[in-house]
Design a binder for this molecule. Structure first.
Ligand SMILES: O=S(=O)(O)O[C@H]1C[C@H](O)[C@@H](O)[C@@H]1CO
Length: 608
């Protein structure tokens, strides 16, 4: 499940290295408008509302003035998102728009470089040919040395003595390292690769809260997130920072394709976080907006104008799309969801796309018409809750198969104190996932797998956090400009997802369940059996497995996540405290496996 929370996108998975690259959403003339930008050599910089902006989407420019007393090189630099990684041998793609606001000429060229924390030049190039018209300049910068740390910067300078008193306006800067699968405007490789390594089957996006807008006026409007970056205005995100929307609808879809994930795409459903609902009289405009969004994804480019945009931007064929989510957590405004919003979107979208599976986001059991066939349920709880509720969906009377099928679209152990699930660290909130929490999540997930005739998908949330700016902890993967920290819960997601059966095997327990929990499945393609086990207790426990119907190979692989400290965590200071270990075990039609204390185990067996 992905949304731009904790700088998951801007400053995270989206590989743009420059923060505040286009002065979106800032107030000209303020110091905040210059976030991440600083002057070099006495250059004078300020953000102005440009009378002749680079585009209507980007009204602000960086105005740079060479002091009349300049004697050496002067300019400015961007320090990235709490730093930026510069690696020797990598080629960085830099670009920006520039113009001379009044008839003048620049003597010499602009030097564009990557500089280390003590000013050493790590890469450098020059551009020239500025005119009084906006023009985009692009250059590749190959680093001849690595930055000693993350405190590197992207810098532009001119010869001060030669250009005293001159003014240059700039906008839409960009600096990209090599990206995941070399996608233009793509993803940061050392975050995308661990996500791909989970072998996820789907990607729920773009929210979560971040689709809803703080107000109706600022909902996630997909049309502002496609096309050339210079035409993307960005928007005030729902987690306290402005979203550039450089990571937009097509970038999400390309990422899904590059990692083999199927999108579970949300559409804005007319409820925003200030509690407002789009009035019934206006709702059909938003339904059409959603239909257009879906046509961008799966429409016929030869007949539909929004599908034609997809083709124009590089993807002529439709993407794969099976599920569309109607809003997010609309249980906060069940009155309007029940009265008209659900029906408007369900009926409107289903008429246009009969094959799509539409997911409700209201409470389970809320009477909706038409009745939803799919529903997204969220839970943030304590380790004990997840263990005690591992059979929550087992009851056919409480959850009939004829009722809505379930996406557990957000779940995580967030705290150790049930009266403080969303509170501060001081009252029991987790800063990073703990082994205890991850064992509890695995116990719950084993139950979801056992009930996968009702539960069609599950995903941990939130996915990512930049440790310099987190609004929500714990998160599956943490990072800063140079490091990525995979949590104990990350390993649980990976162990469960990468070892996936297509058929659940019924088991009869010879020992009491608690503190042992399990789910057994087989993959009829690979002829494998997966035994997923948790031991929530503090003592190892021997488990004898008898396979009555299958001929099991004599050896298998055991992947184990455990630690003697039940509260152990992978943190920036100790990122690999708890990592899975894999070993070969003796298996067969009957064998005993000693399940380690406080552990998550996946036994991968073969069958004839
Ligand atoms: O403040 S919350 O509503 O609890 O926010 C939660 C629920 C929401 O869908 C998601 O964006 C967020 C954390 O993943």
């Amino acid at each position: 499940m992905f949304e731009d929370i904790n700088h998951s996108g801007d400053g995270g998975l989206y590989a743009e290295l420059l923060q505040n690259r286009a002065f979106q959403g800032v107030t000209p003339g303020t110091s905040a408008a210059l976030t991440a930008w600083t002057a070099v050599g006495g250059g004078q910089i300020s953000v102005i509302k440009d009378s002749g902006p680079v585009s209507s989407a980007l009204p602000n420019s960086l105005q740079f003035i060479v002091p009349s007393t300049a004697t050496s090189s002067v300019g400015f630099k961007n320090t990235g998102y709490w730093g930026m990684k510069v690696q020797q041998g990598l080629t960085y793609k830099a670009s920006f728009y520039a113009k001379l606001p009044s008839a003048s000429s620049l003597s010499g060229s602009i030097t564009v470089s990557l500089v280390g924390s003590s000013g050493q030049v790590l890469a450098s190039g020059t551009i020239s040919g500025l005119t009084t018209a906006w023009k985009q300049y692009q250059l590749s910068l190959t680093a001849t040395a690595s930055g000693a740390n993350a405190n590197n910067a992207f810098q532009l300078t001119v010869d001060g003595a030669q250009n005293r008193g001159k003014t240059i306006n700039f906008s839409m800067f960009s600096l990209f390292p090599p990206t995941f699968k070399n996608r233009a405007n793509g993803m940061r490789t050392d975050i995308a690769q661990p996500l791909a390594d989970i072998k996820p089957s789907f990607f729920r996006f773009p929210g979560g809260n971040n689709i809803e807008g703080q107000s109706i006026a600022t909902f996630w409007n997909w049309t502002n997130t496609i096309g050339p970056l210079v035409n993307r205005p960005g928007r005030p995100g729902d987690w306290g920072y402005y979203n550039t929307d450089g990571l937009g609808l097509l970038e999400y879809l390309n990422f899904c394709e590059d990692t083999g994930m199927e999108p579970i795409m949300a559409v804005y459903a007319g409820y925003s976080l200030d509690g407002s609902s789009v009035p019934q009289a206006d709702i059909n405009k938003y339904v059409q907006h959603a239909i257009n969004q879906i046509n961008f994804v799966i429409g016929d480019a030869s007949t539909n104008q929004y599908a034609a945009m997809r083709s124009q931007y590089g993807h002529p064929t439709p993407f794969k799309l099976e599920y569309v989510e109607i809003g997010n957590e609309d249980f906060f405004r069940e009155d309007t969801y029940q009265a008209y919003r659900w029906a408007a979107f369900k009926n409107g979208i289903q008429a246009a796309f009969p094959q799509l599976k539409l997911i409700s986001t209201a409470s389970y059991g809320l009477k909706l018409s038409p009745a939803p066939s799919f529903i997204d349920l969220h839970v943030y709880q304590t380790p004990e809750w997840f263990i005690q509720n591992n059979e929550i969906y087992k009851s056919r009377s409480a959850y009939p198969l004829t009722g809505p099928h379930i996406l557990e679209g957000e779940f995580a152990v967030t705290a150790t104190n049930s009266s403080c699930l969303y509170g501060p660290i001081s009252c029991g909130r987790l800063d990073f996932p703990s082994l205890r929490g991850s064992v509890a999540e695995a116990t719950f997930m084993a139950g979801l797998e056992r009930d996968s005739n009702l539960v069609f998908g599950a995903c941990y949330a939130p996915l990512l956090q930049n440790i310099n700016s987190a609004q929500w902890t714990p998160d599956l993967v943490s990072f800063d400009a140079t490091n990525t920290i995979l949590s104990t819960s990350y390993y649980v997601q990976q162990m469960f997802s990468a070892n996936r059966g297509d058929t659940i095997l019924v088991t009869t327990a010879s020992t009491p369940q608690n503190p042992l929990f399990w789910v057994v499945s087989k993959n009829s393609q690979t002829k494998q059996v997966f035994v997923k086990l948790t031991n929530t207790g503090t003592q190892a426990s021997a488990l004898t497995l008898n396979f009555t119907d299958l001929t099991i190979g004599s050896s298998g692989q055991a992947t184990v996540l455990t630690n003697s400290n039940y509260n152990a965590k992978n943190t920036p200071q100790a990122p690999r405290t708890v990592v899975p270990t894999t070993s070969t075990i003796t298996a067969g039609k009957q064998f005993t496996y000693n399940v380690p204390a406080q552990s998550v185990v996946v036994l991968a067996l073969t069958y004839a």
